[in-house]
Design a protein around this ligand. Structure first.
Ligand code: PHE
Ligand code: ZN
Length: 874
């Protein structure tokens, strides 16, 4: 709370950092030696920095970053400094008068146990861990904490041998020894120069699983996955996934691992998903620990994908890092593209693409259309932690995917090779990446670069014309991007647009289009505001389909009849377009109450469900109606109650119409190797549980779901049945919940599944359950996973409860944000992001939200929340 003696920390007090203000670092830091005396209450950190001024910037002052450090000693080239020699204020250590290369030695004390923000060095259970991206290293010691300053690190860790038997840091182990008083020490050396955000240590009582990997270059690597004592068995899957990732990056991108050890640590307290620290990845435990009782099929897939993601950063992020934080998507968008390809190559490409597009449309499109819109390469920020967004990650990956589409696999790969070779060991920029792509392919990418600079999702409006006498078919394209709060003027983008034409016989027609814009058959490159293409010798009016595989992150506006969409859903060769045709049928059915669309959708879903040759995962995805946020995103104004009602009743109607088929397929699928984790049985499980959940809507007796719950051999089946019971308010719900609760024991991951289930029950009354949970030991506001499972899923995945008419949902959010903010600003700020599209709501709800946001702003929260509130209210 602000009081009269304290200057109120108003959000605008945090300086705006602008991309165009970038200047190269005035001081280099080629070598760092660190020594830690690890103690949870206070850890002593001794640092030696070898500093060198940039000859191109003579006279530049030496200013180091340091946040909340208790300074004990400072020494310059062996000379002890006195308080007159330096000034330490507002997170900066000024050393006036220093102008040439020098060695700075500092000793500071830090307090891991009090660190609830989980940035810098902190305590998680029995472990001491670090998190340094983006600006956490300055909470450990004085340094030049920016990504374009690369150093070679040597690190010594000293600690009590019993409490901290395992001592890990980046790079390779150099030596270890016993010390007096029951302490011991380990030295690590990382030969690869790296920025401070990739620094990491981990210490404590841990168990591991371990194996060896021989790289394609012949290097022997020891690979370890570490977790809390007793958890090793749950790390086996993660270890296997690590080996798959290492091999895949060699085969698909020609990238080998470059150290003698690769360590991965699972942490129960972690703000984000995982972190790619060089040679020492630190993970949120929920992306490591996985076995048949604690992980669903979706969790296994997520573990493999996040393991891949962090491992792939070893090249896209670590060997080549980012010049400044505006280039964040250079490593994140590129690495998401790489992890998407990894999953696609190992599993079903079709299913992976649909899942990713669902995520893009459910999270990124709304972000790009709401109060928080920003480009893939932002122009300014106050708090960089607010920019780890769907736009940076998911849209960034789409932009890389478009390059892949335009260039083709071979040229794209040449561009990547050139980029890794040219910028190895340096900090690069988006421009440099694009230069490599251009040089390797000969493609002109000047206009393409706007994808990084311009926010908002473009709309491509298409009209078609068939001239029977000339046997000519034409397509007319118009592109436009609506203004966003951050950018008024928009320019035309370079859009790779795939298309397909189908003839009366449902076969693809492959005519050569008459236009200079066609890169190759099936691909048009849109560049102008308006463009047309013509196809000659087309015998009958074709059915045309666009954006195969979602070839660009755009919206298409093309008038299909319901019959055409239903036909597309059946004849399209591209699975994403088939799925999308069904989504397009669902939108008017849900938003405009269109019976014709609803009927066409129902018929199409019926045929699909009856098709035993179709991949059951694909069928399950097709049966999922567009989520609430996609419906909000589809119209400038939303009537929350009407949309939720429409969705509920269409789900029910589909269940009623297809009850027999749903039952038959449920029974068939249930017999297919129900407890195996292999791909085919998992796919069957996905559709089986979809059938179960739909049937539960019209089987309030709950018998089928309860039977599945009782016999379930996998967490997928157990949770699937439990969700079906809860959503249907079946009589066995409480009994089943009690059984599940008893299984939780000390398993925090199961705890989060349980509270997440309660928080996402699609009913206004779920709010009461959330409020009740706040008073139980299941709730731990300091733990980001607990916050995400309860408040995060409530705010992001329970529109019926969040948007309650009486405002109780908003009131809960607004009362919890300051509590979380005082502990972990990053987590609190993310909760506020759930309101990014609040201006689409009705006047009453807007008024309640606006009042709540203003009240929060007046409290003077963290820089993270301050910036978020400012943008939400702008
Ligand atoms: N760089 C991490 C990733 O792989 C994300 C992250 C950001 C983790 C900030 C921690 C802190 O995407
Ligand atoms: Zn990443």
């Amino acid at each position: 709370m602000p009081d009269s003696n304290v200057i109120e920390l108003h959000p605008s007090a945090a300086p705006l950092i602008r991309r165009l203000d970038y200047r190269p670092p005035a001081w280099r830091l080629p070598r760092i030696e660190l020594s830690f005396e690890l103690e949870p209450e206070h850890t002593r950190v001794e640092a030696q920095l070898w500093l060198e001024p940039d000859p191109a910037q003579p006279g530049a002052a030496l200013v180091l970053d340091g946040e909340g450090l208790e300074l004990i000693e400072l020494e310059l080239d062996g000379r002890r400094l006195s308080a007159d020699d330096y000034r330490y204020t507002d997170g900066k250590l000024h050393l006036p008068g220093v102008s040439s290369a020098c060695r700075l030695r500092s000793v500071v004390l830090i307090r891991p146990l009090l660190n609830t923000a989980l940035e810098g060095l902190y305590v998680s259970g029995e472990l001491l861990l670090t998190q340094c991206e983006a600006e956490g290293f300055r909470r450990i010691t004085f340094c030049v904490d920016r990504p374009d300053v690369l150093s070679v690190y040597t690190v010594e860790l000293r600690a009590d041998a019993q409490a901290y038997p395992v001592l890990l840091a980046n790079g390779n182990p150099a030596s270890s020894c016993e010390l007096p008083d029951g302490r011991h020490a380990a030295r690590w050396h990382d030969p690869h120069p790296k920025p401070s955000y990739l620094f990491a240590i981990a210490a404590g009582v841990m168990d591991r699983v371990s194996t060896h990997f021989t790289t394609a270059e012949g290097r022997e690597v020891e690979v370890n996955v570490w977790a809390d004592a007793g958890m090793a068995a749950r790390c086996e899957y993660a270890l296997g996934a690590t080996l798959r990732a290492m091999r895949w990056d060699e085969q698909r991108f020609g990238r080998c691992y470059d150290l003698d050890v690769f360590n991965i640590v699972a942490a129960q307290d972690f703000t984000m998903g995982a972190m790619e620290n060089k040679g020492l990845n630190i993970f949120n435990a929920r992306y490591i620990l996985a076995d048949i009782d604690s992980a669903t099929d979706a969790d296994f897939e997520a573990v493999e994908s996040v393991i891949g993601h962090e491992y792939f950063h070893n090249w896209s992020g670590n060997r080549v890092t980012v010049r400044d934080w505006f280039q964040l998507s250079l490593k994140e968008g590129f690495t998401v593209f790489r992890d998407q390809e990894f999953t696609s190559d190992l599993r079903s490409r079709a299913v992976k693409r649909i899942e990713d597009v669902r995520m893009l449309r459910g999270r990124q499109f709304p972000e790009d259309a709401g109060a928080l819109a920003h480009p893939v390469r932002p122009d300014s920020y106050r708090e960089i932690n607010n920019f780890y967004t769907a736009t940076i990650y998911e849209k960034g990956a789409e932009v890389v995917r478009m390059l892949h589409t335009l260039l083709g696999e071979a040229s794209f790969r040449r561009g990547c090779d050139l980029y890794f070779e040219r910028f190895d060991g340096t900090a690069a920029s988006v421009d440099a990446f694009l230069d490599c792509m251009r040089e390797a392919s000969g493609h002109d990418l000047i206009q393409f670069e706007r994808w990084y600079a311009q926010s908002g999702t473009p709309v491509v409006t298409i009209e078609s014309q068939y001239d029977a006498s000339q046997r000519r078919f034409s397509l007319h394209f118009k592109q436009s991007t609506a203004p966003t709060p951050d950018q008024a003027d928009k320019q035309a983008l370079h859009i790779p647009l795939r298309y397909a034409l189908y003839g009366a016989d449902d076969q693809p027609i492959e005519p050569a289009p008459l236009t200079e814009h066609a890169a190759r058959p099936g691909l048009i490159e849109l560049r102008a505001d308006q463009q047309s293409v013509r196809f000659e010798n087309i015998k009958t009016p074709p059915l045309v389909s666009f954006l195969q595989g979602l070839s660009a992150p755009v919206r298409i506006d093309y008038r299909y009849t319901p019959a055409e969409l239903a036909r597309l859903a059946w004849i399209e060769r591209d699975p994403l377009c088939r799925w999308d045709a069904l989504q397009q049928l669902a939108l008017p059915a849900l938003l405009d109450g269109s019976e014709i669309h609803a009927t066409a959708l129902s018929n199409a879903l019926g045929s699909l469900l009856a098709d035993r040759t179709a991949d059951p995962s694909f069928v399950a995805l097709c049966w999922q109606l567009p989520e609430f946020e996609v419906l909000v995103d589809a119209r400038p104004r939303v009537d929350v109650d009407a949309v939720l009602d429409a969705r509920r009743s269409l789900l029910r109607q589909l269940a009623q119409t297809h009850a027999r088929l749903l039952t038959t397929r449920y029974t068939e699928l249930a017999q297919f190797d129900p407890d195996s984790l292999e791909p085919a049985p998992s796919a069957a499980r996905r559709l089986k549980n979809l059938c179960l959940q739909r049937l539960a809507l019209i089987e309030p007796h709950g018998a089928r779901a309860f039977a599945q719950f009782e016999r379930a051999g996998t967490l997928t089946d157990r949770l699937g049945a439990l969700a079906a019971l809860i959503h249907a308010s079946a009589p066995q719900t409480n009994a089943a919940l009690a059984v599940f609760k008893a299984r939780i024991g000390t398993d925090l991951l199961l705890n989060d599944k349980w509270i997440g289930l309660l928080a996402t029950r699609p009913a206004a009354e779920a709010l009461d359950d959330v409020v009740a949970l706040l008073d139980t030991p299941h709730w731990q506001p300091r733990n980001p996973n607990r916050v995400r499972a309860l408040l995060g899923s409530f705010a992001r995945s329970n529109p019926a409860a969040l948007h309650r008419r009486d405002g109780a949902g908003y009131a809960l959010l607004f009362s919890q944000v300051p509590i979380i903010d005082a502990l972990n600003p990053q987590v609190a700020s993310r909760l506020l992001g759930a309101l990014e599209t609040w201006r689409r709501l009705d006047a009453d709800r807007q008024a309640m939200i606006e009042a709540g946001l203003h009240a929060l702003r007046a409290r003077g929260l963290s820089r993270d929340c301050g910036e978020m509130l400012e943008r939400l209210l702008a």
